[in-house]
Design a protein around this ligand. Structure first.
Ligand code: ADP
Length: 242
């Protein structure tokens, strides 16, 4: 795995007074400022429609802000040409709620796809990809196609695919939204392990407050187009609504 520059204190993600509007009278983000430190693990919560996916898209550089500044890995992306975004994007692994696997490829081929796209030879990566799929618990499902996998298995392939390029940052958009609670816990533990062992910065959008409480990490809460940082959520009092 690539050595990380642990001495750098440069925020991995830095948003300064970011606004995002999808058109007239469709302002989603009003004035968002936030910084994520290298090696941090953060949850982004907020009601459905608050703009969590939108904020993540800004962070994985699929969308540009209509106001303010988005800096990734210390680089101000505001005036970068499209082609100059590509090297930054390669440092980011993304996991989606709906997996987004290619149906005609096996679990192994899906997980290896980013390396193939980068032009690497299979001989060079085969063992690593198999190792990675074993790590997510799919060592016996290498040749299975997505249609034959459960939701949890599909998401573990998607996590392997996001991690295969050894990203500095993992962004996950409702990664446990299509799996049951037990699998959600298991997926969460994979993200935690990446964060702890490899110092990968992790940002997870979720409205699953049970997951956030278990995690006991700080939380960014998005509401009314603004983000506030709230301390780790406490366990609810017995009998209190979740
Ligand atoms: P969340 O992830 O918190 O549910 P989203 O970022 O998906 O929120 O959406 C925030 C708001 O922006 C919603 O009102 C949604 O309908 C709107 N929106 C999202 N994407 C687009 C788009 N491409 N064009 C227009 N409106 C959009």
């Amino acid at each position: 795995m690539r050595e990380r520059d642990l001495t750098s204190d440069e925020p991995v993600i830095r948003l300064d007074r970011v606004g995002l509007s999808y058109g007239p009278e469709n302002d989603v983000l009003a004035d968002v400022s936030l910084q994520l430190r290298p090696g941090s693990m953060t949850f982004l919560t907020g009601p459905s429609g608050a703009g969590k996916s939108t904020l993540l898209k800004l962070a994985y550089l699929a969308l540009r802000p209509t106001a303010g500044r988005v800096s990734m890995f210390g680089v101000d992306t505001t005036r970068l040409a499209r082609k100059d975004l590509a090297p930054l994007r390669r440092r980011i692994g993304v996991v989606f709620q709906e997996f987004r696997l290619l149906d005609h490829l096996t679990a192994y081929e899906n997980a290896a796809l980013p390396l193939r796209v980068l032009g690497q030879h299979e001989k060079a990566y085969r063992d690593d990809v198999i190792e990675l799929l074993k790590w997510v618990g799919l060592g016996d499902r290498l040749d299975a196609r997505p249609a034959t996998l459960s939701g949890g298995e599909k998401q573990r392939v998607a996590i392997a695919r996001a991690v295969v390029v050894k990203p500095d940052l993992i962004i996950a958009d409702e990664p446990t939204g299509n799996v049951d609670e037990e699998m959600g816990d298991r997926l969460y533990r994979l993200f935690r392990e990446l964060n702890k062992r490899l110092n990968t910065t992790v940002l997870i959008a979720t409205h699953d407050l049970a997951l956030v409480r278990k995690a006991k990490t700080d939380v960014l809460r998005l509401a009314d187009g603004m983000v506030v940082r709230v301390p780790a959520l406490a366990d609810p009092a017995p009998g209190a609504p979740a």
